[in-house]
Design a protein around this ligand. Structure first.
Ligand code: ADP
Ligand code: MG
Length: 199
């Protein structure tokens, strides 16, 4: 299947996943347990849409830990990350329906300052490839940035026995966290472990 066919298939799958609240909570807690998150001072997050892994708890938790939290905002061909200071802060819906912080110069977080990015996706595979929304925003932002990346999704969004077709511009995730397991590209370097639930 090509990327567009896979996108259609996995958006449909994602729309029909059950017990999202419960699974989202497990996923957010797994992120909190990683060394990469614990060490991070600046965390790029996203404000979840209804069908996505919910990130509200993680946003709140990160702010409580006094980490700098920033959320993406689409600006032209790019996404830029803006700091939020409060989980109750008013976000504005973009043309894609994504809730974004209001941009201003004071709050923009330079790419080089971000330690870790929690990345949404339509699907992922066991090689840590990511299928995004088809605009390449995260690919362009993350390319050569050195930012540690954790892709998050529900287990049903991880391709089984198949890989996502990728192109040169696609950026690999360092690890993927779903409610049933964490898949890691490089255990040594990122200190994030592969774990099957129940082990
Ligand atoms: P997504 O990652 O959102 O699933 P794709 O990887 O299919 O989307 O990329 C969508 C479009 O963005 C592609 O047509 C690609 O040419 C463009 N793109 C992505 N990254 C880059 C880049 N680094 N430079 C130029 N174009 C890019
Ligand atoms: Mg891509």
């Amino acid at each position: 299947m090509d990327k567009n066919e896979l996108r259609r298939k996995y958006i449909e799958i994602r729309n029909n996943i059950e017990k999202k609240e419960e699974k989202s909570y497990i996923i957010q807690n797994e992120i909190i347990k990683t060394d990469a998150y614990k060490k991070a001072q600046v965390v790029a997050l996203y404000k979840s849409l209804a069908s996505e892994v919910n990130t509200d708890y993680l946003i709140e938790h990160s702010l409580n830990l006094k980490k700098i939290v920033c959320l993406p905002k689409v600006e032209g061909e790019d996404i830029n990350f803006y700091q939020i200071n409060d989980s109750k802060e008013k976000l504005l819906a973009s043309k894609f329906g994504v809730f974004e912080p209001q941009g201003n110069v004071r709050r923009i977080i330079p790419k080089g300052a971000i330690d870790i990015a929690i990345v949404p996706g339509v699907a992922f595979d066991e090689k840590c490839n990511r299928l995004g929304f088809g605009k390449g925003y995260y690919d362009r932002f993350l390319k050569s940035s050195g930012i540690k990346t954790i892709g998050i999704c529900f287990e049903n969004q991880v391709l089984k026995d198949d890989i996502i077709p990728t192109q040169k511009h696609d950026v690999l995730m360092d690890c993927i966290i779903a409610e049933e397991r964490t898949i890691s590209k490089d255990i040594q370097k990122y200190d994030i472990y592969i774990k099957e639930k129940g082990m």
